[in-house]
Write a protein that binds this ligand. Structure first.
Ligand SMILES: Nc1ncnc2c1ncn2[C@@H]1O[C@H](COP(=O)(O)OP(=O)(O)O)[C@@H](O)[C@H]1O
Ligand SMILES: N[C@@H](CCOP(=O)(O)O)C(=O)O
Length: 316
């Protein structure tokens, strides 16, 4: 259960008075989620999604995230659209936290990922990359290579020496070999299966833009290959990988420069999620409200990609 902040009736009433979205009928905490407190608000005009931004979201990034959702929604991307109050503002304060209301998207995220999901995710990712090209605000990727060593340093005393040596060698390698000059723009940076909604097997929404930033498009593709194209036994499913890439390239073909470095990027993105999961694993008390995600899953992916030298080796 991840509702960190309780909202009193009086606080909710004062907050909603700023909007023109009808009279509230119910306001329920949403158990899923890790970072923020989320609520389903139903008014006589329909359902809305209310988020109170908790400590891990830097308030200075909120104009980027909310502005991006506005921008993408205006360009036809199915993502939560921030609701603006009568004063024009989408961001205000509720129960002492920065808070916003967005549209509520129908659909469920898939627990089992199919070929059909992978193709649609590829298409949606490319559409997002194209739609974000003229977004004016910028946000550097705080979890790119420069952010990896601090995560490792904060975790190293909790892991065994061989694993520490392996991770340190990976970070040394990437600090010296991270590709630059790739086609870049706004990326989602966390498009995992729990951030994509489907309705009757058709993609109905992309959510959770709170890691979005400016970085290489191909890096975002590599994040999706890792998140969508491995099986529970940790094996890579090349058929799913092909479906994802074909979906992506139907909308935005990858350049030769991007294809060449995809294995390196996939290894890097595996390390990025391994390190954040490891950091959370050792710093989140076992009785905390949130379920910790398994770092081992991403260690296996990292090791897999380390053995790959070209995109053809994946069977793609
Ligand atoms: N705009 C939305 N419309 C409908 N459901 C949503 C919306 N945004 C998020 N959700 C639901 O809430 C859950 C938690 O949202 P998420 O943004 O992933 O939270 P967190 O950032 O706290 O991890 C998602 O798994 C999804 O089911
Ligand atoms: N997708 C990341 C964790 C980020 O959590 P989210 O609920 O905000 O998507 C992972 O799997 O490690």
């Amino acid at each position: 259960m991840a509702v960190y902040t309780e909202v009193s009736d009086a606080e909710l009433e004062a907050f909603l008075a700023e909007y023109d979205i009808g009279s509230p009928e119910s306001f329920k905490g949403i158990a899923e989620g890790v970072e923020n407190s989320n609520f389903l608000l139903t008014t006589d005009k329909g359902p809305y999604f209310v988020t109170l931004y908790e400590k891990r979201v830097d308030p200075k990034d909120l104009p980027f995230f909310l502005g991006l959702m506005d921008h993408l929604a205006a360009r036809g991307i199915n993502c939560p659209q921030p609701i603006h109050g009568r004063d024009g503002k989408a961001l205000r304060t509720l129960a002492g936290r920065p808070a916003a209301i967005t549209t509520f998207l129908q659909g469920l995220w898939p627990r089992r990922m199919t070929l059909g999901h992978c193709g649609q995710v590829g298409e949606a990712l490319a559409a997002l990359h194209l739609a974000g090209r003229d977004f004016e605000l910028k946000r550097p990727n705080a979890l790119s290579v420069a952010g990896w060593r601090p995560l490792y340093e904060g975790s190293r005393h909790h892991i065994d020496a061989p694993l520490a040596a392996e991770l340190e060698a990976e970070i040394d390698f990437f600090e010296a070999n991270w590709p630059s000059g790739l086609p870049s723009g706004v990326i989602h940076a966390d498009l995992f299966n729990d951030n994509v909604l489907f309705l009757h097997d058709k993609l109905s929404g992309l959510i959770d833009f709170y890691f979005a930033c400016n970085d290489a498009f191909a890096y975002d593709v590599s994040i999706c290959l890792n998140a969508w194209c491995f099986e529970p036994d940790k094996s890579f499913n090349a058929t799913k990988g092909r479906a994802l890439l074909q979906g992506y390239e139907a909308v935005r073909p990858l350049g030769d420069d991007e294809r060449k470095v995809l294995p390196l990027l996939a290894r890097g993105s595996a390390l990025r999620f391994l390190l954040t999961r490891l950091y959370d694993w050792v710093h989140t008390p076992p009785d905390a409200m949130v379920k910790r995600k398994d770092p081992q899953e991403y260690l296996a992916k990292l090791r897999f990609h380390r053995g790959i030298s070209s995109i053809a080796d994946y069977g793609l």
